[in-house]
Design a protein around this ligand. Structure first.
Ligand SMILES: Nc1nc2c(ncn2[C@@H]2O[C@H](COP(=O)(O)OP(=O)(O)OP(=O)(O)O)[C@@H](O)[C@H]2O)c(=O)[nH]1
Ligand SMILES: [Mg+2]
Ligand SMILES: [Zn+2]
Length: 367
């Protein structure tokens, strides 16, 4: 298990795995193993185990139960061939960073599991992807993960000093209390600071828009072209991302890093608490409002309105706060609705099964 410790295996996960396999028992001719997902291909996964890297698929039972493994997950597996295994269960996640899946459906999509740090990367070259609203959105996801968010502003070699200063001010307003690191993969500035955030057994994930240099930062940490990186102009031509699947790699000095494909749009998946952390400055002001349930939109004795009038809070930040609050409220209503609908569907199915059963048995109850 020594090698797996490098991948972050803890006694807690191991104990859960052992209890899990004892409860299920092992079947003849197969071996039970524990492993961590290091590559996510969508329907199959590459898993690191004591017996090497295994290609894993999910068991029918687990699929039926709605289990969906994610990069970084610890798994109980049944090895069926020298290089193949079946996932029998997903062990408890200590953290997960999720987003609302792109499209019309409201479903949680886990971008990475069991991470300690979430690096949120933006590029300083002046693209339109880097806005205060985007930082607030990403950081809220980060706070929601149970891991610690950290902001990286990359490509500082491409920005003028004045622009770097205003970007830093903007980031500090957008994400109070969040660690900020400036980097360049060209000059290697700031890379040691990123390195300093790692320690053996810890897992970090990089997220952010496409082309900001997520894979380049990993290469800089490794000191080798481990990950494929892409020319921006090529990317725009093809309209595609360079990194196409999520991957976890071991860093030479210890610790794991998960690379993810760039995101085009980021729909929130978070709760009010996570939003409150991103907007801790506003929450602090709001604690002085006369009414506990103040919506800060014109009630008497509103401290937020007072702060706006005094110029202690910018209108831009205030508007973003309200926008994200509305978006979360909408998400909550939708997920509630979905949960209720699933419950109704379940009972419909049970009633149908009962009806079929009785009609097959001549309308009589048996047993
Ligand atoms: N000048 C400069 N270019 C950089 C820097 N970091 C990355 N690049 C370049 O930016 C381009 C995109 O970098 P990637 O590392 O592929 O970006 P990514 O975020 O992984 O992109 P996706 O995988 O598509 O999400 C490449 O051409 C890199 O060489 C930097 O600090 N300075
Ligand atoms: Mg990449
Ligand atoms: Zn108020």
């Amino acid at each position: 298990m020594n090698k797996l410790k490098d991948y972050g295996l803890t006694d807690k996960i191991e104990t859960e795995y052992i209890e899990n396999t004892e409860a299920n028992g092992s079947s003849r001719g197969t071996e039970e193993v524990i492993g961590r997902i290091i590559k996510d291909f969508g329907r199959s996964w590459l898993v690191i185990t004591e017996n090497g890297e295994l290609k894993a698929e999910i068991s029918g039972k687990l699929r039926h139960e709605g289990g969906r493994p994610a990069i970084g997950d610890w798994l109980a597996l049944r090895q069926v061939e020298t290089d193949k295994a079946v996932v029998t269960s997903i062990l408890s996640r200590k953290s997960k960073i999720s987003r609302n899946s792109a499209g019309n459906e409201t479903t949680e999509q886990i971008m990475a599991a069991n991470v300690d740090l979430v690096f949120i990367v933006f590029g300083l070259e002046g693209g339109r992807q880097f806005s205060q609203g985007a930082v607030e959105r990403y950081v809220t996801l980060g706070w929601n993960s149970e891991a610690i968010p950290c902001l990286i502003l990359n490509k500082m070699d491409l920005a003028a000093p004045d622009n770097i200063v205003s970007a830093m001010n903007m980031a500090e307003e957008a994400a109070p209390g969040v660690n900020l690191i400036l980097t360049s993969c060209e000059t290697m500035e700031g890379i040691d600071q990123v390195k300093g955030m790692f320690s053996p057994g810890k897992t970090c994930v990089v997220i952010g828009p496409s082309g900001v240099g997520k894979s380049s930062i990993i290469n800089a940490l490794v000191g080798d072209e481990k990950m494929k990186t892409g020319d921006i102009r090529e990317k725009e031509k093809k309209g595609s991302h360079t990194t196409t699947h999520r991957e976890l790699i071991l860093l030479p000095e210890g610790g794991c890093m998960i690379d993810t494909p760039g995101l085009r749009e980021l729909q929130l998946w978070a709760d009010d608490e996570a939003l409150g952390k991103t907007f801790s400055d506003i929450e602090e002001i709001a604690s002085e409002c006369r009414f506990n349930d103040c919506s800060h939109q014109g009630e008497p004795g509103c401290a937020v309105q007072a702060a706006l009038a005094e110029g202690l809070l910018t209108h831009r930040r205030y508007e973003n706060y309200l926008d994200l609050q509305r978006e979360l409220a909408y998400l909550n209503r939708k997920t509630d609705f979905q949960a209720r609908k699933e419950e109704t569907d379940k009972w419909k199915q049970i009633h149908k099964t009962m009806k079929d059963f009785y009609s097959k048995n001549g309308g009589k109850r048996t047993g």
